[in-house]
Design a protein around this ligand. Structure first.
Ligand SMILES: [Zn+2]
Ligand SMILES: [Zn+2]
Length: 360
C-alpha cells in the first residue's frame, strides 16, 4: 500500500491554528464608570533592550491577546546587560513596537526606567518624545528633562532593594515639591506596598500597579486568580492624550491578585457598576429571594455591617448569585450595608457599600 505523507497537511493545520490564536483577544471585564472608559494598563515592562527576555513586538502581541488597552515598554537606561549582543538604543524598543501596537489599536506611550540605587531608586517616565536625553549623570536633571518632555513620572517598587529602601527621603520631597513626581507603584508584580498606598492617599499621587514583566507572559487569558498586576485607568476616551490626563489626575485603581486597590472616589463608582441587584423574584412573609450579578473579573467578598442579608457574601466573577434575605418587611425596598473587603481604599480597609434591593 502506498504511504500518504501527512506531514505537510499537519504543518499547515498547526500553522493555521497558531495564526488564528494570534488574532484572538480575551477581554478583561471591568466596566466603564459614568463618564469614563476603564482602560486596562501595564505601564512597566521590559524587553531584550535591557534585562528582559523578549523582543518588543512580543510585548505588544501578548498584551493585546490578554485584553489590555495600553502598555509601556520601559527598558532600563542604565542597566544594559545585553549590550554586547545588542547595542544600547534607548528608543528602539518603542520604534519596533509602535507599528504593531497601532495595528492592534493598543495604546503605547514611549517610556523608560530610570535606574538608580536606593536612594533615590527606580522611576518610570512615560509619554516621552525621546529617551536619549535622559541618559545623563545627575539624577535631578534626568527627572527634570523627563518633565520638560511632558512625561508622567512614577516611583517604582520603592521597597525593593538597598539599605534605605522603602523610605521617603529628601530627594523624594524635592521631586514632589517640584511637581516632577506624579505617581507610585502601590503594587509591582507580586508585591503590595502599604506605605506607598498611604503616601499616594496623603500626597494625592496616582496609584499604579504593574507587572514589571521580564519573561514572556505565557497566559493566553486571565482568570480572577491568575492575571498580571494591572492599573485600571479611568479615561475620558481611549486615546493616549486621555490616558495621560487621567493618570495626571490620579483616576486609577490597581488590580492586584484578588483585590482592587484605589481611592474611595473611584472604587465606589466601580463597585456600583460591577454589582447589579435585581428586583426580588419571590417573597414570603419573612423573606425575599433576589439575584445579584457580578459583571467583573473579581470574586467580590462582602462582609455584613448592618442587620439585613447574609453575614458573608462572595459574588464569584462574571456570575449571577442567588440570595435569600430574611426581612420582617418583604414588601418594601431594602438597603443592605456591607464592606467590600477586597476593594481596598486604604491598607486593610475595605470599601463601605450599600446594596439597594428594590421592592418586589
Ligand atoms: Zn526597577
Ligand atoms: Zn523594571
Amino acid at each position: 500500500m502506498k504511504k500518504v505523507n501527512l506531514a505537510p497537511a499537519i504543518m499547515l493545520v498547526l500553522l493555521w491554528t497558531t495564526l488564528a490564536r494570534a488574532q484572538v483577544r480575551y477581554e478583561i471585564a471591568f466596566p466603564d464608570l459614568p463618564g469614563y472608559r476603564t482602560l486596562k494598563c501595564d505601564l512597566h515592562t521590559h524587553t531584550v533592550f535591557s534585562d528582559g527576555a523578549v523582543w518588543p513586538t512580543v510585548r505588544v502581541n501578548e498584551a493585546w491577546r490578554q485584553g489590555l488597552d495600553a502598555i509601556s515598554v520601559t527598558d532600563h537606561i542604565e542597566y544594559q546587560p545585553h549590550k554586547d549582543d545588542l547595542p544600547t538604543k534607548h528608543n528602539r524598543p518603542y520604534e519596533l513596537a509602535v507599528g504593531p501596537a497601532k495595528q492592534r489599536n493598543l495604546l503605547l506611550p514611549r517610556g523608560t526606567e530610570i535606574t538608580r540605587d536606593t536612594p533615590p531608586g527606580h522611576f518610570n517616565a512615560i509619554f516621552l518624545s525621546d529617551v536619549n536625553p535622559l541618559e545623563t549623570k545627575n539624577f535631578a536633571e534626568v527627572i527634570e528633562r523627563a518633565n520638560q518632555q511632558g512625561a508622567f513620572v512614577f516611583w517604582c517598587h520603592h521597597a525593593w532593594k538597598g539599605a534605605e529602601r522603602g523610605r521617603w527621603l529628601e530627594v523624594h520631597t524635592t521631586l514632589y515639591e517640584n511637581k516632577w513626581l506624579h505617581g507610585m507603584e502601590v503594587c509591582n508584580g507580586d508585591s503590595y506596598y502599604p506605605e506607598a498606598h498611604r503616601w499616594c492617599l496623603e500626597k494625592k499621587l496616582a496609584m499604579l500597579g504593574n507587572s514589571d514583566i521580564h519573561d514572556p507572559d505565557l497566559r493566553t487569558r486571565y482568570t480572577p486568580a491568575d492575571h498580571r498586576t494591572l492599573t485600571l485607568v479611568f479615561a475620558k476616551q481611549r486615546t493616549l492624550a486621555s490616558l495621560k490626563e487621567a493618570l495626571v489626575e490620579g483616576r486609577t485603581a490597581v488590580w492586584f491578585k484578588d483585590q482592587i486597590i484605589g481611592r474611595k472616589e473611584w472604587l465606589g463608582p466601580l463597585f456600583g457598576r460591577c454589582v447589579q441587584v435585581a428586583k426580588p423574584h419571590l417573597r414570603s412573609r419573612t423573606a425575599v429571594w433576589v439575584v445579584i450579578r457580578n459583571v467583573c473579573d473579581l470574586d467580590i467578598r462582602l462582609q455584613r455591617k448592618g442587620k439585613l442579608g447574609p453575614a458573608l457574601l462572595t459574588l464569584p466573577a462574571r456570575t449571577t448569585y442567588l440570595v435569600k434575605i430574611n426581612t420582617s418587611k418583604p414588601g418594601e425596598p431594602a438597603k443592605l450595608s456591607y464592606t467590600a473587603a477586597n476593594f481596598l481604599v486604604a491598607p486593610e480597609e475595605g470599601l463601605p457599600v450599600t446594596l439597594q434591593v428594590p421592592a418586589p
